[in-house]
Structure formats: structure tokens, C-alpha cells
Design a binder for this molecule. Structure first.
Ligand code: ATP
Ligand code: PAU
Length: 398
């Protein structure tokens, strides 16, 4: 049963109707995906009995909050009355509580809080399942979703729907999950590492005293890792170790130079510390990803999660690591909706559970709105998907 409700106006006194909200609550960030129906679509939003036979046009919206600021997230949901965007349980339609699909650890951790503060029941969906569903959906339905990034060059990849599987999905959140994907709902989490986005942010915060993740990322753009990292040339007197394929400028030991002098932390510029840290972690993830791709003979690796943040240096480092270790055999690709895979998967799960609700039409290419930042600018702060981000799409009755 669809529960479209009028909730507010769009500034032109046209009603904005929200249907369906889904959440992905991770260790660092809470992600929201919700659908708003275009005003001017003349279905009666309150008449549940009217079947919506044609597609309902509207927009998918994306928003995120730091998990430590969960109260801001609750406030956002409440202020925008997004909790009307759930569904009523078929088994107990008289229960007027909203049921919202939620994934990630927070779906467990915060279930009482949502019940208590908003009267929302969180319907838990498996995190890995949601990541894969979200990735498959984006790769199949959204134009210009996947791209390669090498030497500062961003190139969109045309996805052949008949030749998508198998691939390795590497989700870099607080921690990192590596998932071999063989089809819709067919996957295996083959590896993971605790050295991920939380490590970069956590260590970076301690070492640089940065107050925000964006500040840390911005610092890294101005830093020079050679100040702190020990290079092959430092060990080999300035020459390459060409016999094993290492140039003099390759990093022999991340942070290794810090032991060879009497410098204290304060003697280093936060920019350089941030740069070395970002490079160390990105390199490591790129290398482990490649090794897992090698394990299963996978040539394509898609990177999701909010760690990359569309940041050029991060993506470049990961790509170079994959390229270097695979001798050019494997390809690293990134996703524009990087951190929203899980939330999108939870959003799609309304349909999977056949509650007679709505489903996103996957058969058409969904045009990405001009406001969505389809440009090639990879400045982290400019291309981040935020509350203003949305995607035009159609939703169909299941
Ligand atoms: N504004 C931000 N605040 C904090 N971290 C951010 C921010 N933007 C990007 N990040 C990075 O993104 C990471 C979180 O990514 P993501 O939201 O995909 O994972 P998560 O769901 O929180 O984690 P997990 O899946 O491991 O529970 C952080 O660890 C950090 O590296
Ligand atoms: C624990 C999860 C799955 C929570 O999202 C994630 O943070 C993760 O994959 N961490 C890495 C854990 C490991 O495999 O070592």
C-alpha cells in the first residue's frame, strides 16, 4: 500500500509529496535517500486504493549526517516529515506507526531511539545486500555513474548490462568491505580491512588537530608526502631499484622518514601529515583490492563508500595502486553516488518485499539532473552529494 502524503510546498505553493525514505546508518555517517513526487502529478496522494498504473515522476534525494550528530538527522526527518515516507505493515495495517527501511549497524543500534523520538519502526535490511543492490542499480540505471580516474583524467565508463558481472565491489566506509558480485542478489563478501576511512579520519584528527573531515582532506591537497615518507631513493642513495621495478620516488616506507631525525609531531606541517596518511591508506586499500580481484580473476573493481569523496588524490592513488600491482590488467572505477549505495539498496528493498509499494523503474536510463554535479570537477567540496542533490526518476507500482 502506497502512503504518499502531502507534506509541504515547493516554494511555488505546489505540494511536495514524499514517499519512501530509506536509511543507511554507518559507523561514521548516516545516509538518507527519499523520493519526492513531482508537483503537478495529479494522482490523489491520499487515496491508497487508486492504483498508480503509470510511472510517478519525481526525484530521489540524498542527504547525510555525521553519526555523532544523530539528533540533527532525527530533526531533519521530523522537520521535513520524511517519516511519512515509509509504509504500513500489511500484517497490521491499523498500526499507524511508520516502518522505514534501514541498513548498517545503526539500524540495530538506534532502533529504540527512532521508536522513542519519532515513533518510527526501523525495518532492518542486511548491509552487504543493500550495498550490492545499490551498486547494481546505479551501474545499470544511471548514465555517467561509473568512471575511471588516472593521472587527473576522469573518464566515464559505458556499462554493458550483459557484461557487468562478475566484479569486485570495494566499499570504503569507516572500515572496508570487499564483495565479489556475480549478479542481482548473488554475491560474497570475500574480504575486508579495518584500515579504512575511519582510520584516515581518526588518525588524521589526532595528528593534525583538524576539526572536520573536509578540512583534513583539504590539507592533504596542499601537502607533500616526501617530507614524512621514506622513499626508495632515500634508502638507495637517490637511485632507482629498477631490478624489482621500484623507482627512486616510490614510497619504501610510509611515515618512515619520521624515524630518521629528531623531529617531533609539531615540527611537521599538518598538510604533509595528512598527505602521507591519505596516500598510505589509499595505497593499502588499492593493493588489498587488487589482491582480492586476483584471487577470483576479476578485472573490474568498483569503489564505493564516502572515503573517496570524489577527491582526486585519493582516487588517483587507488587507481595507481591497482594499475601498478595488476600491471595494467585490472581497472579501478569509482561511482558518482559513492556513499549512497547502502541507502539506495535499502530504498530498493521496499519493492523486494512485495508490499504492493512502489518500485524504481530500472528499465530506462535515468537522466541525472544538471544540479547533480555531472561536471568533471573533482574538487571534494564542489562535487560532494549533499542535501541539494537529487536525481530525476520514475517510480512504478510493483
Ligand atoms: N563529513 C564527513 N564526516 C566524517 N567522515 C566523512 C565525511 N565525509 C567523508 N567521510 C569519510 O567517509 C567515511 C565514512 O564513509 P561511509 O559513510 O561510506 O561509511 P559508514 O557507513 O559510516 O561506515 P561503516 O560502513 O564502516 O559502518 C569516514 O570514515 C570518512 O573517512
Ligand atoms: C563492520 C562493517 C561491515 C560495518 O559497516 C565495516 O566497517 C567493515 O567492513 N569493516 C572491516 C572489518 C574487517 O573485515 O576487518
Amino acid at each position: 500500500m502506497d502512503r504518499l502524503r502531502e507534506i509541504e510546498t515547493d516554494g511555488n505553493s505546489n505540494p511536495i509529496q514524499i514517499s519512501r525514505l530509506a536509511l543507511d546508518m554507518g559507523g561514521s555517517l548516516i545516509k538518507l535517500v527519499y523520493f519526492s513526487r513531482n508537483s503537478g502529478d495529479h494522482e490523489d496522494p491520499l487515496n491508497d486504493s487508486v492504483p498508480i498504473s503509470n510511472g510517478v515522476n519525481g526525484r530521489l534525494h540524498f542527504a547525510k549526517f555525521e553519526t555523532t550528530n544523530i539528533n540533527d538527522c532525527l530533526q531533519f526527518i521530523s522537520a521535513n516529515k520524511l517519516f511519512f515516507g515509509g509504509f504500513q505493515h500489511q500484517e497490521n495495517p491499523t498500526n499507524d506507526r511508520s516502518f522505514i527501511k534501514a541498513t548498517g549497524g545503526g539500524a540495530y543500534k538506534f532502533s529504540e531511539l527512532f521508536k522513542e523520538k519519532l515513533g518510527i519502526i526501523l525495518e532492518k535490511e542486511d548491509e552487504m545486500d543493500c550495498l550490492v543492490t545499490g551498486a547494481n542499480f546505479l551501474l545499470k540505471a544511471v548514465n555517467h555513474e561509473a568512471f575511471t580516474y588516472l593521472n587527473g583524467q576522469k573518464e566515464f565508463v559505458q556499462i554493458d548490462h550483459n557484461d557487468l558481472y562478475p566484479y569486485l565491489l570495494v566499499n570504503i566506509g569507516s572500515g572496508v568491505s570487499m564483495i565479489k558480485v556475480d549478479g542481482d542478489g548473488k554475491f560474497e563478501r570475500v574480504s575486508g580491512t579495518s584500515v579504512g576511512g575511519g582510520t584516515f579520519w581518526g588518525l588524521g584528527k589526532l595528528l593534525t588537530k583538524c576539526q572536520s573531515f573536509d578540512e583534513l582532506l583539504e590539507l592533504s591537497q596542499r601537502g607533500n608526502n616526501r617530507v614524512i615518507d621514506m622513499l626508495v631513493g632515500d634508502i638507495y642513495g637517490g637511485i632507482d631499484y629498477s631490478k624489482i621495478g621500484l623507482s627512486s620516488t616510490a614510497i619504501a616506507s610510509s611515515f618512515g622518514r619520521a624515524v630518521s631525525n629528531s623531529n617531533e609531531l609539531d615540527d611537521y606541517k599538518p598538510e604533509d601529515v595528512s598527505r602521507s596518511l591519505l596516500r598510505m591508506i589509499s595505497n593499502n586499500i588499492g593493493q588489498i583490492s587488487y589482491l582480492n580481484a586476483l584471487r577470483f580473476g576479476l578485472k573490474r573493481i568498483f569503489f564505493g563508500g564516502f572515503f573517496t569523496r570524489g577527491h582526486s588524490y585519493t582516487m588517483d592513488t587507488i587507481s595507481v595502486a591497482v594499475h601498478f600491482w595488476s600491471k595494467g590488467e585490472a581497472k579501478a572505477m569509482f561511482l558518482r553516488h559513492e556513499g549512497f549505495l547502502g541507502a539506495l539498496g535499502a530504498f530498493m528493498s521496499y519493492e523486494r518485499h512485495s508490499l504492493g509499494d512502489l518500485m524504481v523503474n530500472q528499465s530506462v536510463q535515468i537522466p541525472v539532473d544538471a544540479s547533480s554535479g555531472t561536471d568533471t570537477n573533482c574538487n571534494p567540496l564542489e562535487r560532494d552529494l549533499n542535501e541539494t542533490e537529487s536525481m530525476q526518476c520514475s517510480v512504478y507500482q510493483a
